[in-house]
Design a binder for this molecule. Structure first.
Ligand code: SP5
Ligand code: ZN
Length: 340
């Protein structure tokens, strides 16, 4: 299996993020996550590590607003030129509500406009890391479009919380959506998101489209991040009505509960008859994840991989979340093994 990976992520290492209650904690979405996955990949003999190709900005502009991408490109320099006291990471404290909101020109005004929370911290290397991450997803998509059965985009930063014009939840460019949109010029695409959190950005990007079926299985947003998307009554809009599906899960959901939701999701994908499948593979569904509340085991993750693989579709697997670094290598391997 081709595995696309770039070292560019290492320069994206924000010093902290802010949890609920104002708690400053070490950035959970850290470079060590990749080191744990890289070590695990060294213990098997079926993965070929490949540098991503540069696809340029067009496939990214096809999914994200140009203004937003330009903000990502210039904000760090602007931040260093600003009056801020602590410049270790660009993080606004006021956020736009999208209803009736105006777009200011000041740096912090734009930062709060283009970010949804206090976990999408920007540092000097963030933009380059996000571009390289998107290129990993595009390279994996290209491989699958050229006839491989599967490919793995070892993306960091992750992408599924990034919408058309906003960053959030450790995500800046929506890697899986960029790949899915790129593939969609060749035929229908299903995008299945198994990260513990709702893929709100992916939902935002494809909500009114009928050529990309988006499905997300995740913790109920009524109690879990991202709170404002991911409910079961959100099923698409306009031509996209009926082409989005959320499966909110309750706290403590175990392997059996998860697999029951997955079976429903898989039958929707079969009915849709896509040419390609993109999987947003977050491993924070794992029982011992520090951000998770559901109880999927490593064996459960393997079974999830097997059932998705049985669809028999050309599949792009895109790395998303997963914050139990000690278990991360083992968990993603147990998933990938089903596609080799
Ligand atoms: C890609 C991805 O998985 N992003 C997740 C971002 C979640 N950020 C919100 C964190 C909410 C913090 N709640 C702390 C609970 C600790 N037990
Ligand atoms: Zn997640």
């Amino acid at each position: 299996m081709n595995v696309y990976y770039s070292e560019a992520h290492r320069k994206h290492e924000p010093p902290f993020e802010i949890f609920d209650g104002g708690l400053r904690v070490p950035y959970l979405e850290n470079p060590d996550r990749m080191d744990k996955i890289l070590s695990a990949l060294q213990t098997i003999n079926w993965a070929e590590m490949i540098e991503p190709r540069d696809f340029g900005l067009d496939p990214i502009y096809a999914v994200h607003d140009k203004d937003y991408v330009e903000f990502l490109a210039s904000c760090w320099t602007e931040w260093l030129d600003s009056e801020a006291i602590d410049k270790s990471t660009l993080l606004p404290a006021t956020f736009a509500l999208r209803r009736h909101s105006q777009k200011p020109t000041s740096l912090l005004g734009r930062a709060g406009y283009y970010m949804m929370d206090l976990s999408a911290c920007i540092v000097e290397g963030t933009y380059q890391a996000a571009l390289a991450s998107a290129n990993c997803a595009l390279s994996a998509a290209d491989t699958v479009a050229n006839g491989e059965r599967s490919a793995f985009a070892l993306c960091r930063p992750p992408g599924h919380h990034a919408g058309k014009d906003y960053a959030g939840g450790y995500c800046f460019i929506n890697n899986a959506s960029v790949a899915a949109n790129w593939l969609s010029s060749n035929g229908k695409v299903a995008l299945l998101d198994v990260d513990y959190h709702c893929g709100n950005g992916t939902q935002d990007i494809f909500y009114d489209r009928d050529d990309v079926l988006t499905i997300s299985i995740h913790a109920d947003p009524n109690f879990e991040y991202p709170h404002y998307a991911g409910y079961s009554n959100e099923t698409g809009a306009g031509p996209g009505l009926g082409f989005h599906k959320n499966f909110p899960l309750e706290k403590g959901t175990d392997d059996a509960g998860y697999l029951a939701a997955l079976e429903e999701a898989l039958s929707l994908i079969r009915k849709f008859e896509p040419k390609y499948l993109v999987v947003s593979a977050g491993m924070d569904i794992y029982a011992d994840d520090p951000l998770g509340t559901i109880k999927v085991t490593t064996e459960g993750i393997s079974e999830i991989g097997k059932r998705i693989s049985v669809l028999g579709l050309p599949t792009v697997i895109v790395m998303e979340g997963g914050y139990n670094n000690e278990a991360l290598g083992r968990n993603i391997m147990s998933f990938l093994e089903e596609f080799k």
